[in-house]
Design a protein around this ligand. Sequence first.
Ligand code: FAD
Length: 284
Amino acid sequence: MYDAIIVGGGPAAYSASLNLKIRNKSLLVFAGNEKTTGLMKAPQIDNYLGMPGISGTELLEAYKRHAEEMEVEIRKEKIYNILNMGDYFALNSGSEFYEARSIIIAAGHAKFKYFEGEREYLGRGVGYCATCDGPLYRNKSAAIISENEEGEEEANYLSEICSQVYYIPTYNHKTKLREGIKMIEEKVLGIYGNEVKADTLKLSDSQLNVDVIFIIRNVLPVNQLIEGLELEDGSIRVDRSMATNIPGIFACGDCTGKPYQIAKAVGEGNVAALSAVKYLDTVI
Ligand SMILES: Cc1cc2nc3c(=O)[nH]c(=O)nc-3n(C[C@H](O)[C@H](O)[C@H](O)COP(=O)(O)OP(=O)(O)OC[C@H]3O[C@@H](n4cnc5c(N)ncnc54)[C@H](O)[C@@H]3O)c2cc1C
């Protein structure tokens, strides 16, 4: 059982990690896929104090190096959901569960439009994690729509258990797919189905009738992470201590809303960590 688990791999997450470490808390950072971090695409940053002209990649590397030098344990896995167990939380990384007394969500801002039918059928033939839910579709057909190369691993895994796997990449791809997986380079128009579950994926030039559709997103919608998390204008609602409406869960950075800026993310990460320390002092 960790004192705290941080979900995210950007400025807010690394800032929070340092402050938890300095306060002697046991912690893990789940950074996900760093190639999908928006900051990596910033060629030059001029509004971050003391580091004029630094690139996003350099800054992120510096943050990570700092955290590693402080012996913060960083995992590249993604967290798919968090279960509230009362006096602790269980986090699902797809293949494993982890436990923590407090959580800091620093998952950034999800910039995407839902596909038609995605929200309606979520949990009913539509999912965000093939590793988690794939075994339910043994010998059935599956489609994977993916925003990044993580989807290729998921498709390769599904090809071992499903009768047919279709792969629809929405990124610039050089795919490493196993034989037998059918790649379709078409635009996704929507997900349709019957009253019980989704069964059809409409594409620009074709239609797939499948048992399940997995959507691999760069950033998961934050309200999918944990049931009951309150949002405000699509961002996580927090107070000045970065506390969410769920005791023990704090949030910081772009996922709490505008302005989407590094300095705000770093500052909120600091506050969230100190608030988590205060919370832990009351529950341990
Ligand atoms: C092109 C570009 C240029 C920019 N230029 C500037 C600038 O000049 N100045 C400035 O101040 N800001 C700039 N920004 C904004 C800045 O990058 C963000 O405000 C900042 O990175 C937010 O930090 P964050 O830690 O909240 O989120 P992010 O940096 O978005 O990091 C979130 C991380 O969490 C990971 N993650 C998400 N969900 C999960 C999960 N479920 N499990 C595990 N990991 C997860 C993501 O993969 C990502 O790595 C720019 C952004 C872009 C895209």
